[in-house]
Design a protein around this ligand. Structure first.
Ligand code: NDP
Length: 462
């Protein structure tokens, strides 16, 4: 494949933009009204595809982008369940099976009151390119429910998961669609979901869900993989700039699965994480976050970061109602939720000398904030590259399930490291190849898109 360079290339790219991308984006807005997060995710990808569409007119002729913006299948279903008092509740469940060009639909389930179709579609759309970047044979999908697990007993969570799976099971299968966790869905929920799937189908189909417990088909290092992978990617970005994480001050937002293991890996690599957060506010600990205490509060007690400040004593303070982005740091890792870091936060980080930002969460950085980082020369890694370690390790879990094998932690972590380096390098070289050196957003979008588009061309009009 050849790519034209210089001014001819940029002229071709802007022709592709006005001829193909602008009308297509207008059509996406028209057909998916009110789905603002989905619009944002599509726009961010479309904005970067001009050069590849100019270089590969066959992608335009086959209407690859139009087809990618329309999910292969969208499921919306009722989830009735009863609480511990016998009161009945009705939630809405979703599964959006976006693209199966590269493998079975793969992507997590989110249980959070904010979940709606637009959020699930934004996450599913991102997942297509992320999964392609891993180099593993997995398509893109996402799901969830507008259920709020906060404050619910284990028995209530179990009844909800069972009701959710009673409908969803008919759409799943290790060769069809393989969900995993996301916000509000961790090991406990995957256990209840798997149990119900097994009961209904009468099959011990280990590969139908990932994020399982280690004793029953789960993979070592899956819990750690998203956070670890995000820090590995950051480390690679710094390496190409002749720098490292050693001795750096880091801000992490969130204190869930991704955040906790981003903190762990950053500490292993010699950095000091001075702040983390939850939806109640952030905690600043100048001595560095005490990870043992944080895990105890978050993973065992299901508590808040405000409890951390109280139990840590003198070195930690809790700042209610605010994200952690005004704390001076060298590296920022947003690991909580979408659009949690806006333009004003980005300006504060840049003023304080931030050098690298990597998205552990999906789309946590607003478009204006991404621009601020890029204009200031900050190394910026989009989530579809930086947090792909989680789904990549899910694919490793599927491999182990298929071969009825189980690998050691060290072996799996080494594979993860290799995969994150591969993702970094392919984003880096693709950005260079298409005339945007150092722009990981361009690199990730085009590298992921090319792989999916090639498969779609080969598989015909479906
Ligand atoms: P968890 O549920 O384990 O943790 C989520 C964290 O984010 C909690 O600390 C939560 O605080 C905080 N949070 C959630 N919503 C908000 C909000 N509106 N404002 C402020 N803080 C909020 O989820 P994960 O760690 O699994 O997921 C975090 C992000 O990473 C999501 O964007 C997810 O899509 C993404 N991701 C996750 C992967 C995984 O393997 N788990 C893989 C790839 C991406 P609180 O408890 O107060 O709600």
């Amino acid at each position: 494949m050849s790519v034209s360079t210089g001014s001819a290339a940029s002229a071709n790219a802007s022709t592709a933009e006005s001829r193909v991308i602008e009308p297509l984006y207008a059509e996406v807005l028209r057909r998916n009204q009110g789905e603002t997060e989905f619009h944002q995710a599509v726009r961010e990808v479309l904005e970067t595809l001009g050069p590849v569409l100019a270089a590969r007119p066959e992608f335009v002729d086959a209407r690859i982008v139009e087809r990618l913006c329309e999910p292969e299948r969208q499921l919306i279903f009722r989830v009735p369940w009863s609480d511990d008092n016998g009161d009945i509740h009705v939630n809405r469940g979703f599964r959006v099976e976006f693209s199966s060009s590269l493998g079975p639909y793969k992507g997590g389930l989110r249980f959070h009151p904010s979940v709606n179709l637009g959020i699930v579609k934004f996450l599913g759309f991102e997942q297509i390119f992320k999964n392609a970047l891993t180099g593993m044979p997995i398509g893109g999908g996402k799901g969830g429910a507008d259920f709020d697990p906060k404050g619910r007993s284990d028995a209530e969570i179990m009844r909800f998961c069972q009701s959710f799976m009673t409908e969803l099971h008919r759409h799943l299968g290790e060769y069809t669609d393989v969900p995993a966790g996301d916000i509000g869905v961790g090991g406990r929920e995957i256990g209840y979901l798997f149990g119900q799937y097994k009961r209904i189908t009468n099959r011990y189909e280990s590969g139908v869900l990932t994020g399982k417990g280690l004793g029953w088909g789960g993979a070592q290092a899956r819990t750690e993989a998203t956070g670890y992978g995000c820090v590995m990617f950051t480390s690679e970005m710094l390496r190409v700039r002749g720098e490292s994480l050693e001795g750096r001050r880091i801000a992490v937002s969130g204190s869930g699965n991704v955040a906790v293991y981003a903190i762990e890996k950053a500490q292993q690599l010699g950095a000091t994480v001075v702040t983390c957060s939850d939806s109640g506010g952030h905690v600043v600990d100048e001595k560095g976050i005490d990870l043992g205490l944080l895990k105890e509060i978050k993973e065992r007690d299901r508590g808040r970061v405000s409890d951390y400040a109280e139990r840590r004593g003198g070195s930690a303070t809790f700042v209610p109602g605010k994200g952690p982005w005004t704390v001076p740091v060298d590296v920022a890792l947003p690991c909580a939720t979408q659009n949690e870091l806006d333009e004003e936060d980005a300006l504060a980080l840049v003023r304080n000398g931030v050098k690298a930002v990597a998205e552990g969460a999906n789309m946590p950085t607003s478009p204006g904030a991404v621009r601020v980082f890029q204009e200031a020369g900050v190394a910026f890694a989009p989530g579809k590259a930086a947090n792909a370690g989680g789904v990549a390790t899910s694919a490793l879990e599927m491999q182990q399930n298929a071969s009825r094998d189980s690998w050691s932690f060290a072996h799996t972590e080494a594979r993860l490291e290799e995969i994150m380096r591969h993702i970094h390098d392919s984003c880096h070289t693709t950005a260079e190849r298409y005339g945007s050196p150092g722009n990981y957003v361009v690199g990730a979008n085009i590298a992921g898109f090319e792989l999916v588009a090639e498969a779609m061309l080969a598989q015909g009009l479906i």
